[in-house]
Design a protein around this ligand. Structure first.
Ligand SMILES: Nc1ncnc2c1ncn2[C@@H]1O[C@H](COP(=O)(O)OP(=O)(O)OP(=O)(O)O)[C@@H](O)[C@H]1O
Ligand SMILES: [Mg+2]
Length: 389
């Protein structure tokens, strides 16, 4: 490559870190903005602007230092990015796409405007509108979502119409969405990659497996176990979403498959996604390398799966907050096809994503069996200070 550009990343979390790991293979320099000088990407970025991603100045400073800008988190101050794009700065994906995605209400309106199937919804602004909306649609059960700033399920509440008997049960005072509860058979994600020339490739779909009691994702499985005809429909919808957004970059399209085999788009993340971590070892090209290729205007890599894979998140224990270590690595690593990734977060907090493990298998059954073994062996343990030191 002639004249290597410098890439600027807004956010220095694990997604930024794994992106930089790939950029280093191409000898590309990456600069990050993050308020935390110990953030996961800090150790491998060539430079860090220590500043808030919610403020204008650090973002504009990044714009001065880098040739191409991208972001690894949606909750960033978008106004300066819109300005930079107007001035001709290369920003991938465009902040105009981010504008839609940052507000779940605008996102839902976008889907209905473009005739993209999504769960029926109502936008509400004040608590007294909640009851009216739920009565109108005769929802016994529904899902309430805060329009902005939600992530990892925070800002999402499963509710019943009975909850609205008292105003106290209304979880969000701010503008929100109320959505029909979809009776899900499966929940999948498809990562769509679209380069600067408009070429498209998709990674094989990933299926989330849930613990039905805790309603928590227990593992992510690739490829998703769905029929070829259902998959074709889902892929068609995912591509339609990205084309409608006129998006360049990589986009994780989260979808529900209902018990009567209907697809609904839940939401889109315009960046590498938790459901694409297995691509590092399981696919010819990882999601991070794919984004890098798009930013550098190189050909899209093959998204073909080399081996079926299961991915499990390493989450902080509910029992403590503080220093930690991963117990059980010695045992887990005796199993072939097990890849541990730790993000270098200094502190464990309940349910915080500290890393992930990808497990490859000859088939999904084998990968799942090994993943369950790994789960039994691995745990996040508190690292207690040694007395007297
Ligand atoms: N309308 C719905 N019907 C059924 N389940 C839903 C619905 N909306 C959301 N969920 C469930 O709640 C989860 C979280 O919702 P959503 O993805 O909108 O929130 P989020 O905070 O952006 O989460 P994340 O960051 O984990 O993607 C979904 O993955 C799905 O399991
Ligand atoms: Mg989601």
């Amino acid at each position: 490559m002639k004249n290597n550009p410098v890439i600027g990343i807004i956010g220095g979390g694990q997604l930024g870190r794994m992106f930089i790991e790939e950029a280093l293979r191409y000898n590309i320099e990456c600069i990050i903005v993050d308020a935390d000088k110990d953030c996961p990407a800090s150790g491998i970025a060539s430079h860090q602007i220590v500043g808030s991603i919610s403020e204008e100045a650090p973002i504009l400073r990044l714009g001065e230092k880098a040739d191409i800008l991208t972001y690894e988190i949606e909750h960033i101050y978008n106004q300066p990015l819109l300005e930079l794009e107007k001035q001709g700065k290369k920003l991938i994906p465009s902040p105009r796409v981010l504008q839609i995605i940052q507000d779940k209400g605008l996102q839902k309106d976008f889907y209905s405007h473009h005739k993209i199937p999504t769960a029926p919804y109502v936008l509400v602004n004040k608590p007294d509108e909640w009851k009216l909306a739920v009565e109108k649609y005769k929802w016994k059960k529904f899902v309430a979502k805060s329009r902005k700033e939600g992530y990892d399920g925070r800002g999402v509440q499963f509710m019943s119409s009975n909850d609205l008997k008292s105003d106290k049960n209304i979880p969000f005072r701010e503008p929100s969405i109320l959505e029909a509860l979809i009776d899900c058979r499966k929940e999948i994600s498809i990562i769509v990659c679209r380069d600067q020339k408009g070429n498209i490739k998709m990674f094989p779909p990933v299926e989330m497996e849930f613990d039905p009691k805790a309603n928590l994702v227990t593992m992510l499985i690739c490829p998703a176990q769905i029929s070829a005809s259902l998959l074709k429909k889902a892929e068609g919808i995912a591509v339609k979403v990205v084309k409608a957004m006129n998006g360049t970059g990589i986009f994780a399209v989260e979808m529900f498959l209902s018990k009567i085999n209907r697809w609904y788009v839940n939401e889109v993340a315009p960046r590498p996604h938790n459901s694409g971590h297995h691509t590092i070892e399981a696919c010819y090209t990882s999601q991070f390398e794919q984004l890098l290729r798009i930013l550098l205007d190189l050909p899209l890599g093959s998204t073909e799966l080399i081996r079926p894979a299961v991915m499990i998140n390493i989450l902080g224990s509910k029992e403590f907050t503080g220093s930690y270590y991963l117990h059980g690595c010695n045992e887990a690593l005796k199993i072939p096809g097990v890849y541990i990734h730790l993000y270098g977060k200094k502190e464990s907090r309940p349910m915080r994503k500290l890393g992930h493990i990808t497990i490859l298998g000859k088939n999904i059954r084998e990968a799942k069996r090994k993943a369950n073994q790994v789960k039994r062996k691995i745990s996040v343990q508190e690292l207690k200070p040694v007395k007297g030191v």
